[in-house]
Ligand binder design. Sequence first.
Ligand code: FAD
Length: 318
Amino acid sequence: MSVLVFADSSEGKFKKTAFEVVSYGKKVAEQLNTNVVAVTINACDSSELYTYGAEKVITVSNDALSTFNAKQYTGVITEVAKSENATVVVIDSSIDGLYLAPLVAVSLEAGYISNVVELPSSTSPFTVKRKTFSNKAFSNTEIATDNKVIGLAKNSFGIHENTVTGTVEAFEVTVSETGVKSEKVERVTGKVTIADADIVVSAGRGLKGPENWGMIEELADVLGAATACSKPVSDLGWRPHGEHVGQTGKPVASNLYIAIGISGAIQHLAGINASKVKLVINTDAEAPFFKAADYGIVGDAFEVIPKLIEKLKDFKAA
Ligand code: FAD
């Protein structure tokens, strides 16, 4: 018996979520008195995972797996899980992870719990806490199947160093043809993605027009943050659709979410509830977003943001 975690990577480098799932998997393995094994696909330096507790790293290198394909990745994880006799598989809750985890669960005839936020409160019965109702509530959910797949919510457990002396083992897989192939992935270069960002600077219709986004981008640059927006802003073509967050857009689970000129409609909040700290800047003290905020500034974005940028620049320079 072992705990298997999928340590996801991009262009050979581990994503931050890889370190979080390994940290989590290590603790679950301790609860079950077993080992944690990490599986990587086309990642470079597997030994990085020892720092977070991976006692064994299985590396799969195959050009046919160079871009994400849910079915092919499912095949790999299933083969490794069977060979390692893994009864618990942990996968992150990124967009790819949300495709992957249910397929892996079907393939392993496992119970699957998504959006998990804590270590199991009990391993017999196996019970974990998960977010539900668009992150507004929690439920303690039991998995009764022998095999279990856990989808770990981003930033819920955190990254914990737990250095071990690990081993690396190469694993050969046969990659099946699925009829779907990504030819080329074009990245927006030099920008932090919403999924990977620790800080997200997001703006809404209160910004009045696309010509005013310069200060939003500057604030994001100073903070090393990703930029995002509300739905009407992308519908109006002020910003690209990839920046739209909320119930019908991308989910955000950053450490800090800065909402500027966004009213805080329920559909917007549904996508950003999982962010740890929320700062709201709005002229209207009655804007619903303030009820969900940790910090709020009642003020005009056109006055507040330039001052904020200036102060942050001074702070960084000092
Ligand atoms: P507004 O509601 O117009 O708010 C603008 C805010 O800016 C106001 O609070 C105002 O006080 C403030 N403001 C104005 N001037 C300034 C200034 N100078 N400085 C600072 N603040 C200022 N919306 C999403 O965002 N994401 C979704 O995924 C989403 N999905 C939806 C799904 C459905 C089925 C439906 C029906 C709606 C959905 N919506 C979604 C839309 C949502 O209901 C709201 O209409 C939308 O979020 C409002 O966007 P906003 O806050 O940018 O604009």
